[in-house]
Design a protein. Structure first.
Length: 147
């Protein structure tokens, strides 16, 4: 079970196949299993049902009835799930090194201008936070001797 920092979300990470189903749930606000299966063009309807059931059990999807049909909806936002998956990959494959993960992810692609601008914004924000943290540790006020 993953506890996502700064949120109240607790869920088990999705498999790659479940993540593909989740992408469909994020695309459609609420969808029946049959309609999702048709939209995704997956191999077998019962496989889609199994993945949806697993996502429900993992607290990543919610399910309700509309007549006789089960309707599914993503329960957790896309960014929260993808961040948890990236954190898991970083921790298990990259020995907790976000830098190595980022360098590997960027090494075989040519990002567009918007992506490069976003990366530069992240780097500037990290630099600013690092400066503030260093400044806070070096400028501690002297303890007062008054009682």
């Amino acid at each position: 079970m993953v506890q996502v920092p700064a949120t109240n979300h607790r869920f088990r990470l999705p498999t790659a196949a479940e993540l593909a189903i989740l992408r469909g749930l994020w695309t459609f606000e609420a969808v029946t299993a049959r309609d999702l299966h048709r939209a995704l063009g997956k191999e077998c309807y019962t496989t889609t049902l199994t993945h949806l059931s697993n996502l429900y059990k993992k607290r990543l999807a919610e399910r309700f009835f509309d007549g006789r049909a089960h309707v599914y909806r993503a329960k957790v936002e896309k960014w929260i799930v993808l961040t948890a998956v990236a954190r898991h990959v970083r921790d298990t494959l990259f020995e907790r090194s976000g830098m190595t993960l980022a360098l590997c992810a960027l090494s075989d692609t040519l990002p567009d201008r918007a992506s490069l601008a976003s990366l530069k914004d992240v780097i500037r924000d990290k630099e600013r936070r690092t400066r503030l943290a260093r400044h806070a540790t070096t400028t501690r006020p002297a303890a007062s001797n008054r009682r």
